[in-house]
Design a protein around this ligand. Structure first.
Ligand SMILES: *[C@@H]1O[C@H](CO)[C@@H](O)[C@H](O)[C@H]1NC(C)=O
Ligand SMILES: *[C@@H]1O[C@H](CO)[C@@H](O)[C@H](O)[C@H]1NC(C)=O
Ligand SMILES: *[C@@H]1O[C@H](CO)[C@@H](O)[C@H](O)[C@H]1NC(C)=O
Length: 377
């Protein structure tokens, strides 16, 4: 990183100043690119052409989305769609399954409904793209980016400015550990050992991402999986599942802590707490134990049925996935809540501003840029 050369410094400063001013004038996104890894909470069409029952490219999915049903498992925008907008992107990030007509330099969404960290998770629902395959797909995109930018080194320099959003693990519980008729995991592992095994596998996958340039990762913890409508019985949440999910999330937070020790002044990982009390205390929701649409055996909407009309009051859209209204709550909290346990060690906004702040302080220190030049332009 550090070079002794003066020319390097001058050149870098010049580039920084140009970037700095461009950010101000053109309202560029806070990061140049966003890559998304995950499951149905983030999928935006990757399952549409897969042989699986885990699909959502039919009505009433997308009823509140401008393009209608797209393969998003909700009525409108997903949480990461909303975060994408908060970050200042003009368009949503395209699904890996169809990047045609999109600029892959801005990012790609690899998320796949029913997928987990473990390859087998979600297998009883049919085909899916597990985390390992999502990372392999990312390597394909990285090669294309390298071709566009003139080599892998240039691509890496670009890719380490991007944000990498990883929200996965729910299906390793919902569609694996707690489905003993299909998966032996619960006979092999205690919840503690299982969470450990998942974290180990996730760590290897994150290493794979870092190998191709990833430097800024958002790792999202699991929600209260036992309280999604499909798991509620006699009005009670499935506590064993909540407890198992909590063990995973605590370990995920520890992983973030451990990985950040390598660069304490410039953390490369943040943890988002999906069960923070900031979320639990969200107001305006009157229904949280049933979904808004009529659901089939897997808790997903039955095609072409009319959903509830007061969708803003529902936490759940179907029996497994939240409404856009709720996604707005979770997106807002992960993006800029100052609530102490909602993100660690900082929220997404602070995370992406880290570099901007470092750059601008650096510039001001060396070449006394006139203060407030952004506001005046
Ligand atoms: C692929 O994406 C483009 C651009 O967003 C869109 O116009 C097109 O309809 C999509 N194709 C398929 C098969 O979904
Ligand atoms: C997330 O927030 C909840 C509620 O404040 C807290 O009980 C839990 O310990 C937090 N989870 C982690 C992993 O920090
Ligand atoms: C968080 O960000 C949203 C979207 O930019 C904004 O509407 C809201 O006021 C922000 N909240 C805080 C506390 O900064």
């Amino acid at each position: 990183m550090c070079s002794e050369s003066k020319t390097w410094l001058v050149l870098s400063l010049l580039i920084l100043v140009v970037n700095y001013n461009q950010n101000c004038v053109h309202g560029e996104p806070q990061v140049p690119c966003l890559f998304i890894f995950g499951d149905s909470l983030s999928d935006n069409g990757n399952n549409n052409n897969l042989a699986t029952s885990a699909k959502s490219n039919f009505k009433p999915y997308g009823i509140d989305f401008p393009a209608g049903p797209t393969g998003r498992f909700t009525n409108g925008r997903t949480t990461i769609d909303i975060i994408t907008q908060f970050l200042g992107f003009e368009n949503f990030i395209p699904p890996f399954a169809n990047t045609s007509g999109s600029d892959i330099l801005k990012g790609v969404n690899y998320a796949s409904g029913s997928a987990g960290i473990r390859d087998e998770s979600g297998g009883h629902r049919g085909a899916h793209i597990s985390l390992g395959i999502q990372i392999a797909n990312h390597r394909v995109i990285v090669s294309q980016i390298a071709t566009k930018l003139g080599g892998f080194e240039k691509a890496k320099q670009y890719l380490n400015k991007c944000l990498y959003y990883v929200d996965i693990g729910s299906n390793d519980y919902i569609n694996n550990y707690f489905v003993p008729e299909y998966y032996p995991s619960s006979a092999i592992y205690t919840p503690e050992q299982y969470a450990e095994a998942l974290i180990d596998e996730l760590t290897l996958n994150l290493q794979g991402l870092q190998d191709v340039g990833a430097r800024k990762h958002v790792l999202v913890g699991l929600g209260s999986l036992g309280c999604i409508p499909i798991h509620i019985s006699d009005g009670s949440c499935f506590q064993d599942m909540n407890n198992a999910a909590l063990i995973f999330s605590e370990k995920l937070k520890s992983l973030v802590e451990q990985l950040n020790k390598k660069s304490p002044t410039n953390p490369e990982f943040i943890f988002v707490n999906s069960t923070t009390s900031a979320i639990i205390n969200a107001v305006g929701f009157t229904v949280s134990t049933v979904g808004c649409c009529s659901s089939g055996p897997y808790g997903e909407c039955v095609p072409d049925q009319s959903p509830c009309t007061n969708r803003r009051e529902y936490v759940f859209w179907d029996e497994c996935h939240t409404t856009e209204a709720w996604n707005l709550v979770t997106a807002t909290i992960s993006y800029n809540s100052s609530y102490p346990d909602s993100s660690y060690p900082m929220n997404i906004k602070q995370f992406v501003e880290q570099d901007i702040k470092m750059e601008s302080e650096f510039i001001k220190e060396f070449i006394s840029l006139p203060g407030g030049s952004c506001a005046n332009e």
